[in-house]
Design a protein around this ligand. Structure first.
Ligand SMILES: C[S@@+](CC[C@H](N)C(=O)[O-])C[C@H]1O[C@@H](n2cnc3c(N)ncnc32)[C@H](O)[C@@H]1O
Length: 235
């Protein structure tokens, strides 16, 4: 019978991994369930990219006051970034399945500038609400969404972004139909095998959607691991 080694380490008072050397048939499922309940969701990608993204945000967010994040995912980014912007209210959002995890990260943070997640499916026009923001931020979302969802996202951003507000988009993008690296080409293949409607988006197509919403490109940053940050500003 297989023996499994699971780690039991408490990190940051909340991330718990089990360390038990025993017969897995008896313990594996209950431990996994316990692990899921007791831990916050964690994305290694956020830990890896957040410092580089922060450095770009620090240049571009000093005047900003009210930010909407689309597709907050685990909630890690919201909590990490908001620590560095005491003047900023950070509104998280995502599909409901992610809300408990986002809320768990917010609850562990000793400040109140990260707001509880809104239900925002970009395809649902009613979800966009009546609030306005001077910044919209979204990381690693447009290659996950279908193209109609990306179109709906830009339409929604056009509605909620104030005049002179900025849209900040982080992720991998293609230029003139070309991948910027072999690893992005492999990633795109992986994405499409998993969901044929997903895939790395063309910068030009995104820029067209932004232009239709009265936004102009102001920055295009090269980021580590063949990612980019695109920033558009509304008229
Ligand atoms: C790869 S995750 C990125 C999460 C997080 N921003 C990050 O950088 O780790 C993609 C996110 O897009 C969200 N998403 C996918 N389709 C969406 C939709 N139609 N409306 C809003 N969010 C959506 C998912 O729920 C998920 O949180």
């Amino acid at each position: 019978m297989a023996l499994y080694i699971l780690a039991f380490v408490i990190e940051n008072s909340n991330r718990i991994i089990f360390l038990i050397d025993t017969d897995i048939n008896d313990l594996y499922q209950p431990l996994l369930i316990f692990h899921t309940i007791m831990t916050k969701p964690y994305a290694e990608s956020c830990a890896q990219n957040q410092q580089a993204i922060l450095e770009v945000l620090q240049v571009n967010l000093p005047e900003q006051r009210r930010l909407l994040e689309i597709g907050s995912g685990t909630g890690q980014h919201a909590v990490f970034f908001s620590r560095h912007f005491p003047q900023l209210l950070w509104q998280t959002s995502d599909l409901p399945v992610h809300h408990p995890g986002i809320q768990a990260w917010i609850d562990d943070e000793a400040q109140t500038r990260v707001l509880a997640p809104l239900e925002l499916d970009v395809l649902q026009s009613a979800h966009w609400g009546a609030s306005h923001y001077d910044t919209v931020f979204s990381a690693n979302t447009v290659h996950i969404m279908s193209w109609p969802a990306v179109e709906a996202m830009f339409t929604g951003v056009g509605k909620v972004l104030q005049s002179a507000g900025i849209l900040i988009l982080y992720g991998p993008f293609n230029y003139q139909g070309h991948y910027t690296s072999d690893s992005n080409a492999r990633f795109d293949l992986w994405l499409k095998q998993r969901d044929a409607k997903s895939g790395i988006r063309d910068f030009e197509a995104l820029n067209h959607l932004a232009t239709q919403q009265g936004m102009s490109l102001t920055q295009d940053y090269a980021m580590p691991a063949n990612n980019r940050i695109l920033i558009w500003q509304k008229e």
